[in-house]
Write a protein that binds this ligand. Structure first.
Ligand code: PLP
Length: 360
């Protein structure tokens, strides 16, 4: 067996430690006589797993007691609807547009209320993060919405907008658990699990308690944070196996990596290898404003579509898969989420150097 280095933007690599542990527990979990997939979500065994997952997430991210952690389905994309359904009171929210994922959120918000787009980086193909220090938020905006790490373009907010008393709502799908954050700065954080938390099928929402309970009466039960919170994410069958896998990923972060500060150092080391190479390369370059560079998604171009295609093809043949950029921007993208080992990035850089030399 030989595993490839998978640079996919998501679903993406999982730590081998996690896969091995899951494999060893596949047929029988503990002394339960069954796999996790076969367990009743109402059983004591399963309750212990979901409780452990929540407790670990709270420890790892240092989540305050005034926040609820919800394990939901529907992907990050369903949150584009669920957030306005539950948080709108005055009917409008302020939004910063940093790319396709914020545009999709704006579209859904506009179906239920109004999105005030205060700033956008669309003028330069979303290659930067707008200056958030100069924004005038509407005092009666129900929330301020951002996409913190822009998976497609490889940009990331390095400072959060200071929204004062207005709740900050943030899509952390592609950067959650990559470094320590101050959860208390946010009203609501959400993330699809399939980038840094586990397999697809699970969406994690971390919501400040005062933001729960404002949904309009006609809100479908499945889309009501209050109902999900009151039922411990078990109003219906939760994505049981994905939650178990997320628990293993959190165990790996706590026990093997040593927490988010250590995770951050590892991620910075990986990103530096790639950015340093790109900054010195005569063939490839990173199109992003240097101070807005993502730790997780590193985009690069050669400026020649044919050469890009050749690179992607040869990379794949050498065991570096999914380095093609998003179809909307072209070029290349190496997603180097938590689970990508340092050797994977070192070997990719060595391959890029060799490719550059061979194609001068
Ligand atoms: C992947 C991604 C999404 C979409 O996630 P789904 O779970 O497929 O809905 C949304 N936002 C960001 C930032 C992403 O990277």
């Amino acid at each position: 067996m030989s595993r490839v280095y998978n640079f996919s933007a998501g679903p993406s690599m999982l730590p081998e430690w996690v896969l091995k542990k899951a494999a060893s527990e596949m047929i029988e979990y503990g002394q339960s006589g069954q796999s996790v997939m076969e367990m009743s979500h109402r059983s004591a065994e399963y309750q212990a797993i979901i409780d452990d997952c929540e407790a670990r997430l709270r420890r790892v991210m240092n989540i305050g007691d005034n926040y609820k952690v919800l394990f939901l389905q529907g992907g990050a994309s369903l949150q584009f609807t669920m957030i306005p359904m539950n948080l709108l009171k005055n009917g409008h929210a302020d939004v910063i547009n940093t790319g396709q994922w914020s545009k999709k959120a704006i579209k859904e918000l506009n179906k239920l209320g109004k999105a005030n787009v205060l700033a956008s980086s669309e003028d330069k193909t979303f290659s930067y993060i707008p200056d958030v220090t100069k924004l005038d938020f509407h005092e009666d905006a129900d929330y301020v919405y951002i996409c913190e790490n822009n998976t497609i373009y490889g940009t990331k907010y390095k400072t959060l907008p200071d929204t004062k008393d207005i709740p900050l709502v943030a899509d952390l799908s592609s950067c959650i658990l990559s470094e320590p954050i101050d959860v208390s700065k946010y009203g609501l954080i959400f993330a699809g699990a399939q980038k840094n938390m586990g397999p697809a099928g699970l969406t994690v929402v971390i919501i400040r308690e005062d933001l729960i309970g404002n949904a309009k009466e006609q809100t479908p039960s499945m889309l009501n944070y209050q109902i999900m919170a009151d039922n411990g994410s078990m109003f219906n069958t939760p994505p049981t196996y994905a939650i178990y896998m997320c628990d293993l990923v959190l165990q790996w972060i706590e026990e093997e990596i040593g927490g988010l500060e250590a995770m951050k150092q590892r991620n910075e080391q990986k990103a530096k290898l790639l950015y340093d190479y790109l900054d010195n390369s005569k063939m490839f370059s990173n199109p992003v404003n240097p101070q807005d560079r993502s730790l997780m998604n590193v985009t690069f171009v050669s400026g020649d579509a044919e050469l890009d295609a050749k690179f992607i093809k040869e990379a794949k043949a050498n065991g570096f898969i999914n380095v093609k950029g998003h179809r909307s921007v072209g070029g290349m993208r190496a997603s180097i989420y938590n689970a990508m080992p340092i050797e994977g990035v070192e070997k990719l850089v060595a391959f890029m150097e060799a490719f550059e030399k061979a194609n001068q």
